[in-house]
Design a protein around this ligand. Structure first.
Ligand SMILES: NC(=O)c1ccc[n+]([C@@H]2O[C@H](COP(=O)([O-])OP(=O)(O)OC[C@H]3O[C@@H](n4cnc5c(N)ncnc54)[C@H](OP(=O)(O)O)[C@@H]3O)[C@@H](O)[C@H]2O)c1
Length: 216
């Protein structure tokens, strides 16, 4: 599977996660479109990334990009995707949203009516090819110019084989990263929830922990 030249749009690309992914994909030579609710903020974020990244409102990005990554907080996830159903029809939509709550004990997984954020995306985007991926990558690591190789596997889940193959190939353009198929979308909950464990690990060990799958 080759992903050479495909353009990548990022909804909520002005945030840490969106900018981090945008930076790595732009460095790998992909045209990158940063999305925002505000075109000016999107352009500012694109300028900070360089490498030809462009910024626009989320709806423009959803229309123009070949593949679209959703990198908004869980709070705004459903409403944003509902508003972009037409623009996202027929496209691979990659959801990296972790529905998490935080209290004195740290991070914990929130229940989601549809089962997971990724399944929520699939429910509101019946005409898109929803894939879940990039939940465990640290935005800090993605943005760090001292990190040449990102040391983790990206678990890629979905019900459309060609779409998961594409996203696995896309993950693998980031040096050090492997995209590993992680199952059907109905198993996305525990992948999203595992982020709460990684946050606990990060706090205890002052790390940016990732996951590696062995014997694959
Ligand atoms: N940070 C990480 O290391 C990391 C790692 C893996 C996965 N994730 C997941 O990636 C997603 C983004 O994380 P983040 O840390 O980048 O979050 P963030 O900075 O809080 O938000 C990202 C962007 O989303 C937009 N946004 C905020 N509220 C919105 C709403 N109600 N409706 C539509 N857009 C909204 C904002 O852009 P505008 O104001 O410009 O529209 C914001 O810059 C989260 O779901 C998180 O679970 C994060």
């Amino acid at each position: 599977m080759t992903v050479n030249g495909i353009s990548i749009g990022i909804l909520g690309g002005t945030g840490d996660q969106g900018k981090g992914l945008a930076r790595r994909f732009a460095l790998a030579g992909h045209p990158v479109l940063i999305g925002s609710r505000n075109a000016g903020r999107a352009q500012e974020a694109a300028d900070s990334i360089g490498s030809g990244a462009r910024g626009a409102e989320n709806a423009v990005v959803a229309t123009e990009a070949d593949l679209v990554i959703v990198a908004v907080p869980y709070d705004g996830h459903k409403a944003l995707l509902e508003s972009l159903r037409t623009e996202l029809a027929g496209k691979i939509v990659v959801d990296c949203v972790n529905p998490l709550g935080f209290d004195k004990q740290g991070a914990f997984a929130l229940p989601v009516e549809e089962g997971s954020a990724a399944q929520q995306a699939a429910a509101v985007l019946p005409d898109s090819r929803v894939v879940a991926a990039f939940h465990h990558v640290s935005a800090v690591v993605l943005m760090d110019p001292a990190v040449d190789k990102v040391d983790l596997d990206v678990l890629v889940l979905g019900d459309d084989r060609e779409a998961t193959d594409t996203v696995q190939a896309l993950a693998s353009v980031i040096p050090g990263v492997r995209g590993i198929y992680g199952g059907r979308l109905r198993n996305a909950f525990q992948v999203e929830a595992l982020t709460a464990n990684l946050i606990s690990i990060n706090r205890r060990y002052k790390a940016h922990a990732g996951v590696r799958v062995t014997d694959v």
